[in-house]
Design a protein around this ligand. Sequence first.
Ligand code: GLY
Length: 310
Amino acid sequence: MIVMATSNGDVGICQATEALKQGKTAVDAVEIGIREVELNRKDRSVGIHGYPNILGVAELDALIMDGRTRNVGAVGAIKGYDHPISVARGVMEKLIHVFLVAEGAERFASEMGHAKSTYEDPEMRDIYEKYIREKLDIDDPNTLHDSTELWKLSHLAVDPQKAGGTTNFIARDGNGDICVGVSTSGWGWKYPGRLGDSPVISAGGYADNRYGAAACTGTGELCIRAGTARSLVTYLKTGMTLVEATTEATKDLNELTAQRIGGVNVIAMGADGSHYSGNTGEAKGRHIFMTPEMDAPETVEGVAVPYEGS
Ligand code: GLY
């Protein structure tokens, strides 16, 4: 039994590991761990307190995939709910569909009994309004709602916590079943409706008990273009080691030369619970992991595959 996560999963990895210890499934553990990150108000890259889109509205993305069945649920651009990961799990377990976005995802969340969030975030409102006023020289950010030229502002989108934003969890339970989960508020100041890789099945996360699982943080556009999580698991299927597969998937990201606006961190688990990570920058891949025998999570560094273009 083991749980691995991105560094910001430190607020939930103990609860996720304890769930495994109590006999809960990998799917339970991933949901439990991610729910803690979604409530961590200090993390501005996950949850309803994350950086909003260019209109000042937080749009959240999440995905959960069960490696035993390869069943999956995802929600994109959902507004007003504290736990997109739980809504995604509902999609996986209650629908014949696998992916809902925007109003449809919100309607489904309500039908499943999730309460609308009551969280108020005046601090983020101030950050947003200050940013818009300073960057765009606009007195009243509300006027942006009527703009027909928001597309011209898409270059303002930023990864709020560099490749350390967004949360990834991968768990392997006592039955050897693997689950991956991802949750994010996405890039700050993004174009409304923009989806990153996080809810995109095969890009932001993928799990298959037979070979392993992978998940990404960072520049979602790159992971979507490279199909990173699924590629990494396919590399494992071809017989590559976990280190080789992670390195190869990271290299694939670096062969994308156009439209590079940031880097990517990839975390990966083998079918046996081995774990590794890769990064497209100068810094090494990084993740945390914990087993029921451990008192606290440990941080592990993986491979750096620095992008050599400009
Ligand atoms: N990887 C998160 C995003 O691009 O939104």
